[in-house]
Design a protein around this ligand. Structure first.
Ligand code: SF4
Length: 365
């Protein structure tokens, strides 16, 4: 598995650096947030075993991943058409023209043709995470390819992502290492501009700075400032939904922190917190807020988590358009809703769990 923990611009961070150059400065010095590392540990175990380490694959999925990985390596070797040395878990480095170290990372597997011709770099993904569809758009693959090409002196290089659980095996051959170098070094240099350029998007999901990011917070507050009651126009709603997606990770985390805070020391004195089909009702918001503040949650972030509800927005949409919807089947309504809240059906719908901020305050006080 790629171990990039020790370089702020490691290959796995480069897509985020490309989309949000300021994220490097924002993340510098921050530790991985505490949380459930089960998936990561599982990924590390699978990587270690497919690399020849000891241990047992934990389940059928893991066995499927391992088989698919070995098949992909065999297919790539055949495509190269020359006997290859196989290098596993290779630490690679990238330097600029002045010898300054720009980044480093550990590549899962490199195929080095014995006749000295250009080889290939393969990267295994054991989960279902989203990456660029095309291998040539993925700077993580590009960085590994570039570093391998420098390491072995290849003028070109082939890169491939192997993601068996999604059935995705995109590959690409960079015929000109110069183009690849320009792209990858450009991303890294972009993180060094004096201005702090921040841009939110799906790349925020794994950003360590998310809980403290002013851009996310500002956008979350902006979403919260529009209550679902204000939204009756489908186009407004879609715009709001898009922005809610950005706010979702922050609100999700705040909701989790709120639950944890409420659960400690026998609950919150003077009021009750109850959960009903994912919604939380708070009988004493002032006491609740005092507890939240003590837990390090800011007021604007807390309010963001309180006011956004996708399901409430849908109800309002149906109410506002009740006449036009009369006699329309639920299936058709569902389809219309989905089409409206996605980009013409081209992008994936919002993740329900993440986008439904179902904490409701000021009830029953
Ligand atoms: S949370 Fe998003 S916007 Fe903020 S620094 Fe990270 S990647 Fe950039």
């Amino acid at each position: 598995m790629s171990n990039n923990d020790h370089h702020i611009n490691g290959p796995s961070a480069l897509l985020r650096r490309q989309e949000c150059p300021g994220s490097a400065r924002m993340e510098a010095g921050l530790l991985e947030p505490p949380g459930d590392n089960e998936d990561r540990d599982r990924g590390v175990l699978i990587h270690a075993i497919v690399a020849g380490g000891e241990g047992e694959l934990p389940d059928d999925d893991a066995r499927y991943i391992a088989d698919a990985w070995h098949e992909a390596v065999a297919r790539m070797t055949e495509a190269i058409g020359v006997e290859c040395r196989v290098h596993r878990e290779v630490r690679l480095e990238l330097y600029d023209d002045y010898g300054e170290l720009l980044t480093f990372g550990t590549s899962d597997l490199i195929l080095e043709p014995v006749d000295g011709s250009p080889g290939a770099v393969l990267d295994l993904k054991t989960g279902r995470g989203e990456y660029p569809d095309l291998a040539q758009d993925d700077p993580q693959l590009g960085a590994y390819g570039l570093m391998a090409a420098d390491h072995f002196g290849w003028p070109s290089v082939t890169v491939q992502r192997v993601q068996p659980l999604l059935g995705q095996y995109p590959d690409y051959t960079w015929e000109d290492i110069g183009d690849l170098r320009e792209w990858i070094t450009g991303i890294i240099e972009g993180t060094r501009t004096p201005e702090l350029w921040l841009a939110t998007g799906s790349h925020c999901t794994y950003c360590r700075a998310r809980p403290i990011c002013p851009q996310v917070r500002a956008e979350a507050a902006e979403v919260a400032a529009v209550t679902p009651a204000d939204i009756i126009d489908p186009y407004q709603l879609r715009d709001w939904y898009e922005r809610a997606k950005v706010a979702a990770p922050l609100c999700e985390q705040i909701a989790k922190m709120a639950k944890e805070a409420a659960a400690t020391e026998g609950g919150l004195p003077g009021y009750k917190l109850r959960k009903s089909r994912g919604r939380m009702y708070c009988a004493d918001p002032a006491a609740m807020w005092a507890r939240m503040e003590a837990a390090g949650i800011t007021l604007d972030a807390f309010q963001s988590a309180l006011t956004v509800s996708v399901s409430a927005a849908r109800k309002l949409w149906e109410q506002a358009n009740a006449e036009a919807m009369e006699g329309v089947t639920k299936k058709a309504l569902d389809a219309e809703w989905e089409a409206m809240i996605t980009d013409g059906g081209e992008s994936a719908p919002c993740r329900r769990g993440a986008a439904t901020f179902s904490v409701v305050a000021d009830r029953g006080a």
